[in-house]
Write a protein that binds this ligand. Structure first.
Ligand code: SF4
Length: 398
């Protein structure tokens, strides 16, 4: 049975709850579901039901295609002026001797390690410190672009930008415009957490608000930039807070069309101030991906970070609405491992990523940041593991 037949079969099941049947019919008719229906999915939708709906939408949008990219991260600092309760990564300013703070030369050294390597993107994210200000990032973006014009710079989040622009006395629009002129290409989706103030106040009370986060994305979209959005789920929020979060993003996307990808991020409870909050199950992870795919009808892509949820769960997520599993990473990020993710040294060669996708019957495509096809791996035959590893594996950054 294909995904359409499965959805029709589900709708014809006389024992299906009436509300769930109506939602399934809406999905088949390509109609948007409401806020209340989103909450109903969380309250009543079993995994098998949600999988049928989400996979139908995924295959309508992308068929079997699953995207990944070749990228590396730079994390300029893990010291931070903020104090998010869920954060396992950062050190407060008063503990800065336990962390790291790079200068622009240090960041450029990392970029230069990839000279001649077929990476397409550098993803920059980290903490917020006063000396990594507007001039600091302007210099880095300019030097990075001058050194390697083809490398897409996906950098920082509204958390950093709000702080930097306020210090520089620039509006969100003028700040983004200036940094775009310096070489910034796009913005990742971090810092969104949960928008609703009832939860945000408790887990991230001192950083930018939902309105500020959304406004900085809106200004970036006005400048023609594409951006992503995340949601940190599975801690103290209730289901309706998740729907509220997605609703705000869906509304902005209706207005600007600038978002590419929605990325649900699982709360991990190691080494942070919320260690007493249990983590949700893999079943809940998959339910959440599926509901995101159903609710976010105007977002082209749903992404699962394999480094955060494990390779096995990433494979399963491809049947629950996910069409992108992110990049090779090359062990250049500490954000997931420090929060207790299964992957303590996240790096995969292109061959490993391709095989991971193929093993669950999907069609691997290497993309650039803007989802242009770099290489279609549908019919690519790898040489023996040793030879292909030599060619495809990325160097380790120490
Ligand atoms: S989540 Fe980000 S803003 Fe919050 S403390 Fe950690 S590094 Fe700082």
């Amino acid at each position: 049975m294909d995904s359409t037949q499965k959805l029709n079969f589900l709708i014809e099941n006389p024992r299906l709850d009436v509300e769930l049947k109506n939602i399934a019919q809406k999905v088949l008719n390509n109609e948007r579901i409401t806020f209340d229906e989103g909450v109903t999915l969380y309250q009543k939708g079993e995994l098998s039901y949600l999988g049928v709906l989400a996979n139908y939408i995924r295959e309508q949008k992308h068929g079997d295609v699953t995207y990944f990219n070749r990228n590396f991260h730079i994390e300029p600092t893990n010291v931070c002026v903020y104090d998010c309760k869920f954060c396992s990564y950062s050190r407060l300013i008063k503990e800065r001797d336990q962390g790291w703070e790079m200068d622009v030369d240090g960041m450029m050294d990392i970029v230069k390690k990839y000279d001649g390597e077929p990476v397409t993107e550098v993803h920059i994210t980290g903490g917020v410190v006063p000396k990594q200000n507007l001039a600091f990032y302007a210099e880095f973006f300019q030097r990075c672009k001058a050194h390697r014009p083809d490398l897409h710079i996906k950098g920082l989040t509204p958390v950093e930008y709000y702080y930097i622009f306020k210090k520089a006395k620039l509006s969100h629009y003028d700040g983004m415009k200036y940094l775009q002129e310096c070489g910034l290409d796009s913005m990742p989706g971090g810092g969104a957490e949960i928008f609703h103030p009832e939860i945000r106040e408790k887990i991230a009370h001192d950083k930018c608000t939902a309105e500020q986060w959304l406004d900085i994305h809106e200004q970036a979209h006005k400048l023609g930039m594409h951006t992503n959005a995340t949601m940190l789920y599975g801690h103290i929020e209730e289901f309706w807070h998740r729907v509220d979060h997605m609703e705000r993003l869906r509304d902005l996307q209706d207005k600007t069309g600038g978002f590419q990808t929605f990325i649900p991020l699982k709360f991990r409870n190691k080494e942070n101030q919320m260690e007493n909050v249990p983590e949700v199950s893999v079943i809940e992870d998959l339910r959440n991906y599926a509901i995101a795919r159903i609710y976010m009808d105007n977002f082209p892509h749903i992404k699962a970070y394999w480094a955060m949820i494990s390779r096995d769960t990433a494979q399963m997520s491809l049947s629950f609405g996910v069409d992108d599993i992110d990049g090779t990473l090359d062990d250049t990020t500490k954000i997931y491992s420090m929060a207790g993710a299964e992957e303590q040294n996240p790096a995969m060669s292109t061959q490993q990523l391709v095989e991971l996708i193929r093993k669950v019957g999907r069609h691997p495509i290497e993309r650039d940041t803007l989802y242009n096809v770099v290489t279609d791996y549908k019919d690519v035959v790898f040489e023996d593991a040793g030879a292909s590893k030599k060619y495809y594996a990325l160097p380790v950054v120490n």
